[in-house]
Write a protein that binds this ligand. Structure first.
Ligand code: GLN
Length: 531
């Protein structure tokens, strides 16, 4: 029998519910269990693919091409298992499925309702993850906060799963803040009590409470929460501030978190083997010195918009024994006269993926600065495209070089629609998405970094290097070092003679792990260190 763990949040958002779920996944994996995880998001979009990063942070892309919530990135990085399209469900997707079935007459004349049709659809999605993987434990995080109108069908669905699989096979973890009132120096448990009451009103009695707090919870408070929220006192787990995300599993385990979870689910706790994780923490701890990497984006005020890129940069630092100081630079700020001054003291430049006109000229400027000043450069997706445009403008002299995305009229569309992306296709879920193979050229930086010639990387784009200009660009010196195996699509470019100038059409950041930095991030940081 598979075990189902549900993680809900109360009072406020931003409590690190996703990190709690991800950290628990890692801890259970270290006890020898196979863990699958998923996130249920109550909003009405089918997926976050069409949402502004300001609304939602980055869109995390899975191997099989699903555009998903950024928490899935945490799950992959912590648990180190690839997720799939069954890992993220939204209300939009639920209704989409139901309404399609309704139009196909699949409900055989019944009135289609929230209960039972919506809740059944949610339940079948939860059970599906169990069925499609060999996981022993399925961890399901519910987005939003208990009490939201839109989360109700999700909470009802997980309540029912709890009944269906039985108490021994299901566990409800509720994450709330332990408020600290500075002026009186007191900890306040009432918000937690109210939130638990709200949850109980929906028929869910949480088994474990994870309390977001700055420091330890003293015994008296723990007992009080246990008493008034009806949980065992060792089931009150403090979720304390940690210097880096990746300390979270170890911090939670100080309170025997995963051991208690095993006990509550009537599972053997086994012997926890966290040595690989702890070795990684040792590497984090023993870093010395720092490199500064400029991250040139258009949502730099919201770091979550570039979450996986930022994490991958840090992973590269862990492996090189150095702190990575990310300088968040608004691309538009590079469009004025002081661009060079802004970029002058960077050890490396990274232009991440992006969409739309705003800030593109600034990104092109950053690529030029990196090329001309021998600063290590990694361009990802749009960052590769801007590097190619820059090269075409400056080295080939195509002054109007551009991407069709920004100037349809340009005579030199170095970047153009991919053949299957033309025409009036809908916006959502229609880009080139997910993992595709790529062949790497001999003697390239890529070959050295990956140590192999065939790779698989994840994509999310509509435009691509225009083959019309391949010869001219290569003749001018830029090298195409990665292509689709049939040679048709350009996947990577490099500039020979430059210490590290790499542009990739794919998104390496999604595959980086804290204990195994992605090769390109590792090499970018290495190059930044030695320049
Ligand atoms: N906007 C570009 C495209 O669609 C780049 C996308 C990206 O950077 N993810 O091709």
């Amino acid at each position: 029998m598979k075990k189902y763990i549900f993680v809900t949040g109360g009072v406020i958002s931003g409590l690190g519910k996703g990190i709690t779920a991800a950290a628990l996944g890692r801890l259970l994996k270290s006890r020898g269990y196979k863990v699958a995880s998923q996130k249920l998001d109550p909003y009405l979009n089918i997926d976050p693919g069409t949402m502004s990063p300001y609304q939602h942070g980055e869109v995390f892309v899975t191997e099989d091409g699903a555009e998903t919530d950024l928490d899935l990135g945490h799950y992959e990085r912590f648990i180190d298992e690839n997720l799939n399209q069954y890992s993220n469900l939204t209300t939009g997707k639920v209704y989409w499925n139901i309404l399609n079935k309704e139009r196909n007459g699949e409900y055989l004349g019944s009135t289609v309702q929230v209960i039972p049709h919506v809740t059944n659809e949610i339940k079948s999605f939860i059970y599906n993850v169990g069925k499609t993987s060999d996981a022993d434990i399925i961890i399901t995080e519910i987005g939003g906060t208990v009490g939201d109108i839109e989360s109700q069908p999700f909470l009802e669905a997980i309540r029912q799963v709890g009944i269906e699989v039985g108490r021994e096979n299901s566990l409800f973890i509720h994450v709330t803040p332990l408020l600290h009132v500075k002026s009186s120096g007191e900890y306040k448990t009432k918000p937690t009590q109210h939130s638990v009451k709200e949850l109980r009103g929906l028929g869910i009695a949480p088994n474990i409470l994870v309390l977001r707090t700055e420091g330890d919870i003293d015994e008296e408070i723990r007992e009080k929460i246990a008493m008034f929220c009806n949980v065992k006192s060792d089931c009150v787990i403090p979720n304390k501030d940690v210097p880096e995300l990746y300390y979270a599993p170890v911090m939670l385990e100080e309170s025997r978190f995963s051991e208690i979870v095993c006990r509550e689910l009537n599972m053997e706790p086994g012997v926890s083997d966290m040595h690989e994780w702890n070795e990684m923490l040792d590497r984090i701890e023993s870093r010395s010195g720092s490199v500064t990497i400029g991250l040139i984006g258009k949502y730099t005020k919201l770091h979550d918009a570039y979450l996986s890129v930022a994490e991958a940069l840090h992973h590269g630092g862990y492996e090189n024994g150095v702190n990575v100081d990310i300088r968040w630079i608004e691309a538009e700020d590079l469009e004025g006269d002081d661009a060079d001054a802004i970029l002058s003291d960077l050890d490396g430049i990274l232009v991440p993926g992006g969409f739309g006109n705003r800030g593109v000229e600034g990104k092109i400027r950053a690529a030029r600065y990196a090329r001309e000043h021998n600063i290590p450069y990694l361009g990802i997706c749009l960052g590769m495209q801007t590097a190619v445009i820059e090269y075409a403008r400056d080295v080939l002299g195509y002054e109007d070089a551009n991407s069709a995305e920004f100037n349809e009229q340009s005579a030199h569309k170095l970047i153009d629609f991919m053949p299957d992306q033309r025409g009036n296709i809908p916006k959502g879920g229609t880009m080139r998405l997910g993992a595709y193979p790529c062949s790497i050229a001999e003697g390239s930086i890529l070959e050295k970094a990956y140590g192999k010639k065939e790779i698989q990387e994840r994509h999310r784009h509509r435009y691509e290097f225009n083959n019309e200009f391949r010869e001219a660009v290569e003749a001018a010196g830029m090298r195409i070092t990665g292509t689709s195996p049939d040679g048709r699509l350009v996947e990577a470019v490099e500039i020979p003679g430059h210490p590290f100038f790499v542009g990739v059409q794919y998104h390496p950041e999604f595959k980086s792990r804290p204990n195994a930095a992605h090769p390109l991030f590792r090499e970018l940081i290495r190059a930044a260190l030695s320049e």
